[in-house]
Design a protein around this ligand. Structure first.
Ligand SMILES: *Cc1c(COP(=O)(O)O)cnc(C)c1O
Length: 378
């Protein structure tokens, strides 16, 4: 474990306001479960955005030791960090080739995912200078973000540049895989098959986390899960088949009593309807807690677990603090110095995200680096 970085980061336990615990055993179990579901397709891992906030080095280290050999990131800087802990893995960079960027790929033996004919020509020209490395090709099947259209793909398929580009993988990305009944899934799956026929002998990859659950028709040669590895539910209409990976706890700095009619926090938007007791928790939007998870007189916010019981947030989430309404807990509970759980046990990342009007992906990638970070299960 040591060679992949310390098992803790950030302030020492005695000083920390918030503690982020990342369970690498759960992460590995999630990868194995997805790999089993996708077999015989290869199961890669998407580790962009600092492995969805969980930390590239510990995440890649744990997955590599478990047998994962292909990683996807968004940027070259992320790919270099993957390379440092996975020496012989294949690392694809979704942002592709910036103009003049070929040498960056050669230095650390990385593979760009090319999204247009101009990019393919530039890559082929760079390879003509002596680099043998492969590249992915992104084709668009309905997301209308990155990738070649069907017409461009057909033109490229007969272009003399194609054999010089060293294509090792054809990818496309699903727009609504988390909504299995949506007709766009079948359209994208059909178009991807057509696109694959244009590039015989090149491996194909279509499915993200949710795509894996659409069934073997979309698995092709490789699947590319991200969110599900980190515990986000890839099947939102069903119970979450993944294990939770991330836990967020905040220290209770003070417990206080307020009167009926008193308001709590900025904007005075939450009013006590009875004599109430508040626990003031050392977590806020500066720690990545969505500000939209707060509560007002009109809207309930997220819950937070105090002494194992769900307590509603009272008032706005501020930069460093959240107030929890602990009126219904037994006298003397909680005490200053106890810990409250914002994410973990019965509260999963999808629940917190739903209260905040966002998705688990955004909650995870915003967690940030102010917490004490603890990696367990390595
Ligand atoms: C982010 C991303 C993934 C992973 O998606 P999840 O929904 O997190 O599994 C896969 N492929 C591409 C192209 C991506 O951008």
């Amino acid at each position: 474990m040591r060679q992949n970085g310390p098992a803790t980061k950030g302030p020492p336990a005695s000083e920390a306001g918030g503690v982020l615990t990342i369970d690498l055993a759960a992460l590995v179990a999630n990868w194995r479960a997805l790999a089993e579901r996708a077999a015989p397709a290869e199961c890669a891992a998407v580790v962009k955005a600092d492995a969805y906030g969980c930390g590239i080095e510990p995440v890649v280290g744990a997955l590599y030791r478990s047998g994962c050999r292909t990683f996807f990131v968004a940027h070259i800087s992320e790919a270099r960090r993957v390379r440092a802990c996975a020496p012989d893995a294949v690392v694809y960079v979704l942002a592709g080739l910036h103009p003049g960027g070929g040498p960056d790929y050669a230095t650390d033996n990385l593979r760009p995912i090319l999204s247009g004919i101009e990019e393919v020509r530039e890559w082929a020209a760079f390879r003509a200078s002596g680099w043998q490395g492969g590249a992915g090709l992104h084709v668009d099947t309905g997301m209308n973000r990155l990738g070649l259209s069907l017409d461009d793909a057909a033109a490229l398929a007969t272009d003399a540049v194609l054999p010089k580009a060293g294509l090792s993988l054809l990818i496309s990305h699903l727009a609504v895989a988390d909504d299995p009944g949506h007709p766009l899934n079948a359209r994208q799956a059909g178009l991807f098959r057509e696109m694959r026929d244009l590039f015989p002998g090149v491996a194909g990859s279509l499915a993200n986390s949710s795509g894996i659950f659409l069934g073997p028709d979309v698995h092709h040669d490789m699947v590319r899960p991200g969110a599900a590895l980190y515990g986000v539910n890839p099947t939102p209409t069903h119970a979450n088949p993944m294990q939770p990976v991330v836990r967020v706890e905040g220290r209770i700095l003070q417990v206080r009593e307020i009167e009926t009619g008193d308001t709590v926090g900025y904007g005075a938007v939450w009013t006590a309807r009875r004599p109430s007791r508040l626990a003031i928790v050392s977590l806020g939007y500066g720690d990545g807690v969505p500000r939209s998870a707060g509560a007002s007189d009109l809207n309930t916010g997220a819950d937070i677990l105090v002494a194992g019981r769900r307590c509603p947030i009272a008032g706005r989430v501020s930069m460093d603090l959240i107030a929890a309404d602990v009126t219904d807990l037994p006298d003397g509970v909680p005490r200053r110095g106890d810990w409250a759980t914002l994410l973990g046990d019965t509260i999963d990342v999808d629940e917190l995200a739903a209260h905040a009007g966002t998705i688990g992906y955004e909650v995870l990638t915003r967690l940030g680096h102010r917490h004490r970070r603890v990696y367990v299960g390595a």
